[in-house]
Design a protein around this ligand. Sequence first.
Ligand code: V47
Ligand code: SF4
Length: 374
Amino acid sequence: MTALNAIRDKVFAGQRLSADDGLTLERDADLFQLGEWANIVRERKNGNIAYYNVNTHLNPTNVCVYRCQFCAYRADLKSPKGYVMSDEQIVERAQQATARGATELHIVGGLHHLKPYEWYLNIVRIIHDACPKLHLKAWTAVEWDWFQRLTKRPVNDLIDEMKSAGLGSLPGGGAEIFDPEVRAVLCEHKADASEWIKIHRAAHQAGLRSNATMLYGSIEKPEHRIDHLMKLRDLQDETGGFQTFIPLAFHPDNTRLAHIPKPSGLMDLRVMAISRLMLDNFAHIKAYWVMLGMKTAQVALSFGADDIDGTVVHENIYHDAGSTSPQELTVAELRRLILEAGRDPIERDTLYNRVVREKPTEKNWQTGRKLSLV
Ligand code: V47
Ligand code: SF4
């Protein structure tokens, strides 16, 4: 029996794939095999459902002490591009999101040279006080690591404090590629793999859920991607606290790695499918439409993904790096995108509870602009 036939039998039987199987998939499987097998797992776990949510992004500052090679978003302290939002602007953004029916605010940003930990804590507190029903998905592990460095306090203490202030869960950013040699090139000084894992473990132990990501298509090799997925799977075996895995395609524009071409649509689908096959203990795989573009996100719903993220609004990280996706999608557009892909759209909140709306949200979010997908 060939190695690929043995993998197919494991997938059909619902058995776990090994790291070697993952490498075989990376090297030898064709796209349609991968898609067929990933779709079996996707439908076994989530049927025909494709989830979306109504959310908004908030990036309180782009000023950052780090200089990740793949980042087009950051600014130096004195750069004219740098900004810091005021408390008033932050609360206004949260109130606008609430008025438009958002259930989630996704809060991440730079690590500002001069802002103390209390500034970040206060952001969560003032938003929660103003909009107590809005779920606050805040701060990547890289930011939590920075808070530890600033305060010299253990992360579980900081998580408890933010939780009391209104924190709801952690986003999956900052994972990049865990391999130390790749990380040394991409983002030398920031939290390493063991710190990222330690912080997510601490969040799960504090009763919070979190997401996980992987930045692919820059300088990593297939073995680095498989190693990354295996490390996430191990932590999920231990805690069960991850909700969703989000593969993030490298966007080169305006970065220090601008000479590297953007990964192809074929690579996007391969990584999506292999992630679905390897992460057998993750309930959800997200095709983040801002990063993939709407057309690939639709196809990805048949290559392992069961979630396309949300309305988004105010996304900076990918738009600064050359994303040509719209700034936001209306609920009507998200639902149409999912229906066209042959899936059943279900609105979820951050924790994957179904959202049932008694009355429509603000008109333009339901009906939307005309947006051509062809
Ligand atoms: O950590 C930054 C990545 C991440 C680039 O948890 C880039 O639901 C590609 O994590 N090309 C932030 N990737 C975004 C993120 C995220 C997005 C959507 C949903 C969730 C979630 C999390 O974006 C960073 C980094 O890995 N990134 N710049 C770039 N030029
Ligand atoms: Fe800073 Fe995050 Fe950009 Fe790295 S990816 S430079 S930590 S804003």
